[in-house]
Design a protein around this ligand. Structure first.
Ligand SMILES: *[C@@H]1O[C@H](CO)[C@@H](O)[C@H](O)[C@H]1NC(C)=O
Length: 148
């Protein structure tokens, strides 16, 4: 192997090394501010996440979701207005896919009782579409399969 090719390899190697340290650096500041949030307390927060408008039940849950993303080296969330967000409601969803169950916590009655509504959707896209179009948040990640 000639000296030229060897140095080329070295440059490549250093380059790759550089790239990987840069990647870990941008992700090293881990977010460890996690709160216990009430899923029933409703003060909706809207954010466009990976091109899709997501509705969060309250700022506490939104903050935790942001932390989870940051710790997984995904881009942090930033909230936006309902109007702006809803331009990004899923428009067309496939009809097939993996069925999911969304948990929609809410408060009802004069005494403000914690209540739960579970709705099954043929897929995640339809769940997000329903949530977005109706300004109603599902709590946490939906479970896969039919509702209990
Ligand atoms: C998301 O988390 C990052 C890292 O902790 C933080 O700097 C940022 O302010 C958070 N954004 C929101 C909208 O909470």
């Amino acid at each position: 192997m000639g000296i030229y090719r060897l140095s080329l390899l070295l440059v490549l190697f250093v380059g790759v090394l550089h790239l990987s340290t840069a990647q870990t650096r941008s992700c090293a500041r881990t977010c460890n501010v996690f709160y216990r949030c009430s899923p029933y307390y409703t003060e909706l927060v809207y954010a466009v996440v990976d091109g899709v408008c997501r509705v969060y039940q309250n700022g506490c849950i939104f903050g935790n979701e942001n932390c989870t993303r940051v710790n997984q080296c995904q881009s942090p969330l930033s909230s936006t207005s309902a109007e702006k967000c809803k331009e990004f409601c899923p428009r067309r969803c496939p009809s097939g896919g993996q069925e999911v169950c969304g948990w929609f916590p809410y408060v009802s009655g004069e005494n403000g009782e914690n209540s739960d509504r579970y709705i099954a959707f043929a897929n995640r896209c339809l769940l997000d579409q329903y949530s977005c179009q109706n300004d109603i948040a599902y709590a946490y990640e939906p479970t896969l399969g039919p509702c209990p």
